[in-house]
Design a protein around this ligand. Structure first.
Ligand code: HEM
Length: 271
């Protein structure tokens, strides 16, 4: 059970892009050696902070039920070694989320695509309660340049998504904490220097469910020490600097990157 290693830094520097790639559903969800500990963290968060990590509306119930069946079916076929028994009284998106390391979101189209059910235990500094019931444009309201660059292609991608063709994409950032649960919306820059930083990658998948037509968005979060990545790969720090310095100042503010590249350069000179 070891997960592939994702390195989303792009030699061309930072670009705001959809970056979608075709997904073979045999690889829909990923299980690794952190399975037991991440499921235990989810159980603790669901017990203590349910209002922070779960948000549902009745419009998302049918899609959530179908999602739970799909998750159980996937695990039964691809990972028969793990349990798929759930508490039938629990909301199906929560029951599904307790079986896997991914966070789960269900979007349903009426006037527009809206987030109707979610169980997100490991958010990267966003507040689920403010997003439930809202559209893709509203969800992405704080993202600089989303409206001019990504809003139209993302909406049209959702309209054209079909159950036979699924997709995945990566997002990344730098934080000064390895904690998976980061619900605070503040975009503060990481404190300290490379040795204190963590490279946080989200592997996101998008698929349409065949029966309800709801769209499922999964988010799997991988956190690695930046110092470990730097010592394993001489290209990591140059690519990171290239990305940090190439982002617009709005994006740097939004991602909490302002001043980070110069601190990284100072640290390298001091070595
Ligand atoms: C093709 C589909 C999508 C694209 C291209 C996309 C793109 C992006 C981008 C570029 C960001 C900025 C984050 C960063 O760079 O760190 C972002 C943030 C975010 N996305 Fe998406 N996204 C997609 C689908 C979704 C869906 C389906 C959800 C449903 C919950 C979602 C929820 C969010 C949230 C909550 C944020 C953080 C917003 C905040 O700061 O408040 N995204 N997305």
């Amino acid at each position: 059970m070891s997960a592939p290693h994702y390195m989303p830094l792009d030699a061309r520097g930072w670009r705001l892009a959809m970056g979608l790639r075709p997904l073979d559903l045999a690889n829909w969800l990923e299980l690794d050696e952190h399975y037991d500990s991440e499921l235990a963290q989810k159980a603790a968060l669901l017990a203590q902070h349910r209002d922070v990590v779960v948000a549902t509306e009745p419009e998302g119930d049918a899609g959530s039920r179908e999602l739970l069946r799909e998750v159980q079916d996937f695990l039964g076929r691809v990972h028969p070694e793990v349990a798929t028994v759930v508490d039938g009284d629990e909301h199906p998106i929560v029951a599904a989320s307790r079986l896997i390391q991914e966070d789960l979101c269900v979007l349903v189209k009426d006037d527009d695509w809206r987030l109707r059910a979610a169980c997100v235990c490991f958010p990267s500094r966003w507040d689920l309660a403010t997003k439930i019931g809202t559209t893709l444009d509203e969800i992405h309201g704080p993202v600089p340049h989303y409206d001019e660059v990504l809003a139209r292609p993302t909406k049209s991608f959702f309209d054209r998504l079909r159950p036979e063709r699924s997709f995945w994409r990566l997002n990344w950032t730098l934080l000064d904490s390895a904690a998976l649960h980061q619900p605070r919306a503040a975009r503060v820059a990481p404190s300290g220097e490379l040795a204190d930083w963590f490279f946080r990658v989200e592997r996101q998948t998008l698929r349409q469910l065949p029966t309800t037509g709801a769209v499922v968005f999964t988010i799997r979060t991988y956190v690695t020490s930046a110092a470990t990545l730097a010592s394993a790969d001489g290209e990591f720090v140059p690519a990171l600097l290239h990305a940090l310095e190439g982002a617009s100042s709005d994006t740097q503010d939004y991602k909490g990157w302002t001043g980070v590249a110069s601190r990284l350069r100072e640290g390298l000179v001091a070595q």
